[in-house]
Design a protein around this ligand. Structure first.
Ligand code: ZN
Ligand code: ZN
Ligand code: FE
Length: 754
C-alpha cells in the first residue's frame, strides 16, 4: 500500500526531514520526503500497512523537539509505485512561502552542550556549535526559503567536513543551515576599551576580565549584552550611573540551575521554563541573605534570571570563577538594543572595558524574553527571543496590521488566519524606536506574505504609532481604525481564547479614554467588535499627567483633597513633593479651579499607597512604586481588611486611601499594602461579576500590567470562579501593553471591515 502526507506547522528548519527519513527506514518503507515552498512537508511512503501505521504513530510521538505539527493530510492508495528506497528530495520552492513558519532562535540543545565539552568532538569548545535542533533562526534569516544562502551564515562557506554532515540525512546536522566549525565558521575576537585587539584566547581572557571586575560588551544572538559580575557592587553602581538607571532591576545569567537555587527559589514549573529551549529570563523570588549584590534589584522581592543559551555563554562560565553575571541589554537609554560592533564601541566607550565580539552579522535584533509565573501560569512580560515569530491561530480574520500604543510596544501582523506578534520593540517615544517598529513590522509582513486590508492604532491622537498608522493607511490605500487602549487589551484576550463576548477587567497605568481622560481601571462589556464602559475605578484629578505618575504624592493630594485626612498626611510628607509647599500651593490652586483631566488608573492608586507607606515616592522606571508595593505586601499575613465600596459600577478609591491614612500607625505597612491590593481586586471582580450576570456572559477577561501582580490575579480569580464564571487571561501575548497591537489587529481583521 502507499500513503501520501502533507504536514503543516513548524516543520522546516527543525530537523524534520532527517527524522522522517529515519522513521521511514526503521519501518521498512520506501518513498520520499520533501520541503514544499509553502512551508509544508510532503511525504510519500509505501510498504506494508502495519508498517505505515507505525510510521504515522511515530510521526507524532517522536517528532523533533522544535517541530510543531499543525495538520497532517493523508491520502491512501491501493497501488504501489515501486520506489527503490527512501529519499530526501530537493526542496520545492516554486510557490510563494505564504504558509511558512520560520522557527524562533533556540538555545543550545543537550547534544550540542555535550559535544562542546567533549574533547573527542570535532566541535570541542567551538562557541557557535549548533544543530537542526538548536541555534539562531529568526535573527539571522533574511528571506525565504530558509536556506543557508538566505541567512547571515552565507558569509561562511562550509568546509568539506561540515558539508559532509550537512548532506548526510543520517546526521544530526543534515541541512542545519547554521552548521559551522572552528575551521569554517564565525570567529571570536576580543578588543579593549580603545578598540585595540587583545591577543590570546578570547574566552579565557573574557572570563578572567569578568572575574577581575571589568565590564564587558558581549555580542550575542539578538544583540549586545553588557556583562559584569553580579557580586560586584562598585561595577553595578557604575553601570547604574552611566545608564541613568537608579533602581530598575538588571537581568542575571547564572551558570546552571543549581547556581540559581543558591540565591532564588525555583519551583518545578519555573525550572522547566528556565531550562526550556527558548531560555527566557524568568522572574524568581529572591532568597533572603543571598550573596548577589543588593543593587541588582533594589527594593524588590524578585529578580530576572536566565540560563546560558549559546556555546559562547557556556564556555565563559566554564572558564570563569564568577557563576552569576548581570546580562543587561546593550542599548543607550530608551533606544533599541545594539547589534553592530562599530556602533557598540561608539556607544559604550565610556563604560565598557572590553568587547567580546564575533563576525556573524545579526540581521534582526531581538531582546531576551521575560516571563513570570503568576497564579500558577507562565505569562509574558516581554515576548521576544525564543518565541517570535510563533503565531497565534485565529478564525475568520482577514490580513491586517496593529501598530501598538506607546510603551512596551510590539507590532502585530494578521496573515492567512494567523496572528504574528513582532519581537519586543520598547517605548516608541523617539525616532530610533519608531524606526525599529517600522522595520520589524515590515519584515513580518514580508515573511508572512501578508496583504493588509486595514491598519489599527491607538485612540490617542498624537502617539507616534498613531501617526505611523495613518501614513501606512495613505501609502497602501487601506483604511485605518482607532482602538481604545483598554478595548485592545480585552480584545487580545478574546483573540487568544476565541471569545465572541466577554466582560473585561483592564487594569494598568494609562490609556487614552473615549472622553479624553486617562483610563486605567476599567470594566468593559465587549461583544464582537464593539465595547461599552460599564464600570471603572473612581475618577481622580490627574495633576500634571506624567508628573503625577513620576511623583505619586500628587495623586495622594488629589485623592484626599477636601477631606480631613489631607492636612494630617501633608504635615509629615511635604518632602515627597520635589518643590515642597510651593508645589502643594500651586496644585491646590489647580484643584480649586478644576484645571485638570481625570484618571481612573489602577496603577496610580497603587502608586499613591506606595508613597503613603514610604515604599517609593519617585518613580524612576515603569511600574516601580506598584512593584515595590507588591514586594512589601508579600510579607503580610492578611489579617487586616478594607471593604470595597461600590456605587453604580464605580469602585471608590477615596475611602481606600482614607482607610490607609487612618490605620497607618495601627497596622504594619505590609498589612496595609496587602489589604489595598485585596480590596481593589475584590472590588473590580465584583463589578465584573455583576455585569457579567446582567449581560448573561459566562467569560470574564483580565488584562493589563496589573495582571502581573500575583496577589491581585489570585484574588480576582477567586471572586470570579466562586460565581461560576470562567476567568481568561493573556497566554500568548504579554498582559501589559505588548498585547495592545494584537487586540488592535484582531479587531481590524475580524470585525471592522464588516
Ligand atoms: Zn544542538
Ligand atoms: Zn566546518
Ligand atoms: Fe495598557
Amino acid at each position: 500500500m502507499r500513503s501520501k502526507f502533507t504536514v503543516t506547522g513548524i516543520v522546516q528548519g527543525v530537523g524534520f526531514r532527517p527524522f522522517v527519513y529515519r522513521i521511514a527506514l526503521e519501518n521498512n518503507l520506501r518513498g520520499y520526503v520533501k520541503n514544499m515552498g509553502d512551508g509544508s512537508v510532503e511525504i510519500e511512503v509505501e510498504g506494508l500497512k502495519e508498517d505505515i501505521e507505525r510510521f504515522v504513530l511515530k510521526l507524532f510521538s517522536e517528532k523533533p523537539p522544535l517541530a510543531k505539527i499543525e495538520e497532517v493530510k493523508r491520502i491512501d492508495f491501493d497501488d504501489e509505485l515501486k520506489y527503490e528506497s527512501f529519499k530526501v528530495l530537493k526542496s520545492d520552492f516554486e510557490e510563494r512561502a505564504s504558509a511558512s513558519l520560520i522557527p524562533p532562535d533556540i538555545g543550545i540543545c543537550e547534544d550540542c552542550s555535550r559535544e562542546l565539552f567533549d574533547p573527542k568532538s570535532r566541535r570541542y569548545r567551538y562557541h557557535f556549535i549548533t544543530c537542526t535542533n538548536c541555534g539562531p533562526r529568526f535573527t539571522i534569516i533574511e528571506r525565504y526559503p530558509y536556506d543557508r544562502f538566505n541567512t547571515s551564515m552565507v558569509d561562511f562557506p562550509m568546509c568539506s567536513m561540515c558539508a559532509e554532515e550537512y548532506y548526510n540525512p543520517r546526521d544530526r546536522r543534515f541541512h542545519a543551515e547554521t552548521i559551522a566549525c572552528a575551521s569554517c565558521g564565525p570567529r571570536l575576537m576580543l578588543f579593549d576599551g580603545n578598540g585595540s585587539k587583545v591577543n590570546g584566547d578570547p574566552i579565557k581572557l573574557a572570563a578572567k576580565f569578568l572575574d577581575e571586575g571589568n565590564i564587558l560588551a558581549i555580542k550575542g544572538v539578538g544583540g549586545f549584552h553588557i556583562a559584569l559580575s553580579a557580586y560586584n557592587d562598585d561595577a553595578i553602581l557604575k553601570i547604574r550611573r552611566w545608564k541613568g538607571r537608579e533602581q530598575k532591576p538588571f537581568a542575571l545569567m547564572a551558570k546552571d540551575v543549581e547556581t540559581v537555587k543558591t540565591f532564588a527559589y525555583v519551583d518545578e514549573v519555573e525550572e522547566k521554563i528556565l531550562s526550556s529551549p527558548s531560555k527566557p529570563i524568568v522572574l524568581l523570588d529572591l532568597k533572603e541573605g543571598s550573596c548577589i549584590s543588593k543593587y541588582v534589584s533594589p527594593g524588590l522581592h524578585n529578580v530576572g534570571v536566565m540560563l546560558p543559551y549559546t556555546g559562547l555563554h557556556l564556555l565563559i562560565f566554564s572558564e570563569s570563577k564568577t557563576d552569576v553575571l548581570i546580562m543587561t541589554s546593550g542599548n543607550l537609554p530608551s533606544e533599541p538594543i545594539i547589534i553592530d560592533e562599530k556602533e557598540a564601541m561608539k556607544s559604550f566607550s565610556q563604560i565598557v572595558d572590553y568587547y567580546l565580539i564575533h563576525d556573524r552579522r545579526i540581521l534582526y535584533r531581538c531582546d531576551d524574553s521575560v516571563v513570570r509565573k503568576v497564579d500558577g501560569k507562565t505569562c509574558f512580560l516581554r515576548r521576544s527571543r525564543g518565541f517570535v515569530p510563533e503565531p497565534l491561530y485565529v478564525k475568520g480574520v482577514v490580513d491586517a496590521l496593529g501598530v501598538g500604543g506607546e510603551e512596551n510596544v510590539t507590532g502585530c501582523v494578521v496573515s492567512s488566519g494567523k496572528m504574528y506578534l513582532t519581537q519586543y520593540i520598547g517605548d516608541v517615544e523617539n525616532i530610533e524606536t519608531l524606526e525599529y517598529l517600522k522595520s520589524a513590522l515590515k519584515r513580518m509582513v514580508n515573511l508572512t506574505a501578508c496583504k493588509p486590508k486595514a491598519v489599527a492604532h491607538d485612540l490617542h491622537p498624537t502617539f507616534n504609532t498613531t501617526v505611523y498608522a495613518k501614513e501606512l493607511s495613505t501609502q497602501q490605500g487601506i483604511p485605518s481604525f482607532p482602538v481604545q487602549h483598554h478595548h485592545a487589551h480585552i480584545a487580545s484576550v478574546m483573540a487568544e481564547h476565541g471569545l465572541e463576548e466577554t466582560v473585561g477587567i483592564a487594569a494598568d497605568g494609562f490609556g487614552y479614554g473615549l472622553d479624553g481622560n486617562a483610563w486605567g481601571g476599567e470594566i468593559l462589556y465587549c461583544e464582537k467588535g464593539r465595547f461599552e464602559r460599564v464600570g471603572h475605578l473612581e475618577e481622580q484629578p490627574y495633576l500634571g499627567g506624567d508628573l503625577a505618575a513620576k511623583y505619586p504624592a500628587r495623586m495622594v493630594l488629589s485623592i484626599l483633597y477636601k477631606t480631613p485626612y489631607l492636612d494630617r498626611w501633608l504635615i509629615s510628607n511635604i518632602q515627597k513633593f520635589p518643590h515642597g509647599s510651593r508645589e502643594v500651593d500651586f496644585l491646590n490652586l489647580q484643584l480649586e479651579s478644576r484645571n485638570y483631566i481625570l484618571t481612573s488608573s489602577f496603577g496610580r492608586i497603587l502608586d499613591a499607597v506606595s508613597t503613603i507607606l514610604d515604599v517609593c515616592y519617585v518613580r524612576t522606571y515603569e511600574g516601580e512604586p506598584a512593584l515595590k508595593l507588591e514586594s512589601l505586601a508579600k510579607k503580610a499575613v492578611g489579617h487586616y481588611r478594607i471593604e470595597p465600596t461600590i456605587e453604580d459600577g464605580v469602585l471608590l478609591t477615596t475611602p481606600i486611601i482614607e482607610n490607609v491614612i487612618e490605620d497607618l500607625e495601627k497596622f504594619p505597612a505590609a498589612e496595609l499594602a496587602y489589604a489595598v491590593e485585596e480590596c481593589l481586586a475584590e472590588g473590580m471582580a465584583k463589578i465584573a461579576v455583576e455585569k457579567a450576570k446582567e449581560f448573561g456572559v459566562k467569560a470574564i477577561s483580565f488584562s493589563g500590567g496589573v495582571a502581573y501582580n500575583e496577589h491581585i490575579s489570585k484574588a480576582i480569580r477567586r471572586v470570579v470562579e466562586s460565581n461560576n464564571i470562567k476567568l481568561y487571561r493573556n497566554v500568548y501575548a504579554p498582559a501589559g501593553d505588548g498585547c495592545v497591537s494584537l487586540g488592535q489587529a484582531y479587531l481590524a481583521g475580524k470585525y471592522f471591515l464588516g
